[in-house]
Design a protein around this ligand. Structure first.
Ligand code: CA
Length: 581
């Protein structure tokens, strides 16, 4: 673990970014994040994950003037999937391989860089590349999850390690790629490893000391409700990984977390619903106790992970006010659930041609499976299954405008072939892939990706932006009526939220698989995105690699306040050492 940071040279005073000496966000700041115009304090901007910014400086009438103001290379040509966090004038962001960077958010001056060492052999337990989705900032610490399943707390002003906790043994195929989630003085984390026969869990640590507070398994053990949905000992390797971040409702005091596929992929080897895999669970924040679960895909046989964190929104459906949880799922449906009770409200398909189900029960939300499309442990190939396992929407987060009730949903229309191994060829071994199936993704039309706008209250699709390649970028919506996202051709773009008309775009040089943010310092609004093809999309097409963080602003906006964005003297990394005294 090597913190690479600025040297405290003579010019130490100017090395500090504006506000860098201030304490980072506290509970009250995170709870009020929706009212905080300028900063982007947590992964989804607010606890409800709406990715909606109240900023209005950049708007449809002037967005054409957006220009890059600084950029930064992030050291690796692997995929970039993070959402940056901005607090106290500093941007904290992760690159690939769990590297963490702090930048002056005004001018891009690098303040520090933390580069963890990786154990040999780690690459064999990563299903989907050495990706990371971002940090959490709380008080004086910045938290990151590492690929070898550690939770590391870094000092926010220096990047030095304050403490670290081993979450689990990576050699068992347990990894961590999501953004940690800070709630009520706890850092809540999930694990990856659904393709390695892990038994998933969500765990909370004390944010200051790192002491473990609670662990909630997504797959119930003997004596726990739902264990009867697993035959024999299958629960022990049942999957239900928790590789994304969560959501939090402070009034209900519930933490929401999505869960992944059951293990192995062949559903006939674990007949039953296999709770709580491919589900959303709601947990009491204080204890982690599961209050309710909603299973999107019972007895999943298609790798339809339900990890995408929900957006929490208070909406009106059919004349009734609902405290809703909105989720767009790999199985091809957009779900609206009652987040108080977990009851199903409605679901609509996000893509055409869905054939693994013949329909969803309008009362319970349970899908009726088209058994012809269920791959079994019989050596036979089932094709084409729609959607393919990368999903109608994979992990990349949608955005929601609470003022208009419109969700902006990245979707992909594609298919897959699945070939189930025979039972004698499916053996669990710790740290080895435990899928029991081969897969191949297929194109079924010219257009794969569509960024779609959906009026959640009227249940009406409004517009779409088509892309020949699959979409893997998250979305940002602004009060001024803009929607930002990116595509695999390298374009970062802004569209009119009302019409879907693309008003501005910028070629970043590599595919975009991360999520945009916006922030304001000294009256000047910025928009940031990471560009770097890698991870899952790089399995399906080749394009130029990249590793760049881009930040944009309007030329005609006021400069940031005095004192913001002073340049310091960066440490020279390498052989050029100072003259000995
Ligand atoms: Ca999976």
């Amino acid at each position: 673990m090597t913190p690479l940071r600025l040297l405290p040279l003579a010019a130490a005073a100017v090395l500090l970014a504006p506000g860098a000496a201030e304490a980072g966000p506290a509970d009250a700041d995170l709870l009020a994040a929706a009212k905080n115009r300028g900063e982007w304090l947590i992964y989804g901007r607010t606890y409800d994950n709406q990715r909606f910014s109240p900023l209005t400086g950049i708007k449809p009438s002037n967005v054409a003037g957006l220009r890059p103001v600084w950029s930064a290379g992030l050291n690796s040509l692997d995929g970039l999937e993070a959402t940056p966090v901005v607090s106290g004038g500093v941007m904290y962001v992760t690159g690939a391989h769990s590297h963490v960077y702090a930048f002056d958010a005004v001018n891009g001056q690098r303040l520090w860089h933390w580069a963890p060492e990786e154990p040999e052999g780690l690459g064999t337990v990563l299903c989907c590349g050495p990706v990371n989705r971002g940090v959490a900032v709380y008080g004086d610490l910045v938290y990151v999850l590492t690929l070898d399943a550690r939770l590391v707390a870094l000092k926010k002003d220096s990047g030095e390690v304050a403490w670290e906790k081993v979450i689990d043994d990576w050699k068992k195929g347990i990894s961590a790629t999501g953004a940690p989630y800070v709630v009520k003085g706890m850092v809540v984390v999930g694990i990856a490893g659904g393709e390695y026969g892990v038994r998933g869990y969500v765990r909370a640590y004390d944010a200051k000391s790192g002491a473990e507070k609670w662990t909630t398994h997504t797959v119930p053990g003997p004596g726990e409700p739902g264990n009867e949905s697993w035959p024999g000992d299958t629960w022990k390797t049942g999957g239900g990984a928790t590789w994304q971040s969560g959501a939090y409702d402070p009034e209900l005091d519930l933490i929401y977390w999505g869960t992944g596929n059951p293990g192995p992929w062949n559903s006939d080897l674990r007949k039953g619903d296999n709770k709580w895999t491919a589900s959303l669970i709601a947990m009491d924040a204080a204890t982690g106790k599961i209050r309710w679960g909603f299973q999107y895909t019972p007895n999943d046989g298609w790798d339809y992970d339900g990890n995408n964190a929900p957006i929490l929104a208070d909406i009106t459906v059919g004349g009734k006010k609902v405290k809703a949880a909105l989720q767009t799922n790999r199985n091809g449906f957009f779900y609206v659930l009652d987040r108080v009770s977990g009851k199903f409200i409605y679901a609509v398909p996000t893509v055409d041609g869905i054939n693994w189900t013949t329909g969803i029960d309008p009362v319970t939300g349970r899908p009726a499976v088209n058994e012809k499309m269920r791959p079994l442990a019989d050596g036979k190939t089932v094709v084409p299954i729609v959607p393919g396992l990368e999903g109608g929407t994979n992990w990349f987060p949608m955005a929601f405008n609470p003022e208009t009730g419109v969700a902006f949903v990245p979707t992909n229309t594609w298919a897959m072939a699945l070939t189930g191994y025979k039972p004698e060829d499916i053996k669990y071994e710790p740290g080895k892939v435990y899928m029991g199936m081969d897969y191949k993704m297929h194109r079924i039309s010219e257009t794969v990706g569509r960024l779609r706008a959906f009026d959640v209250q009227k249940k009406k699709w409004l517009w779409e932006i088509a892309s020949p390649l699959p979409l893997f970028a998250g979305v940002l919506a602004t009060k001024s009526g803009l929607v930002f996202s990116g595509d695999q051709q390298g374009f970062f773009f802004a569209a009119d939220a009302k019409t879907g008309k693309v008003l501005w775009r910028y070629q970043t040089g590599s595919g975009i698989n991360a999520s945009p943010i916006t922030y304001e310092i000294g009256g000047k609004q910025y928009v940031a995105i990471l560009s770097g093809l890698g991870g899952d999309p790089s399995f399906y097409f080749s394009g130029p690699k990249g590793n760049t963080l881009f930040v944009f602003a309007l030329d005609n906006m006021p400069a940031a306040k005095a004192g913001a964005g002073k340049f310091g003297v960066p440490e020279i990394e390498g052989a050029l050492t100072a003259v000995p005294k």
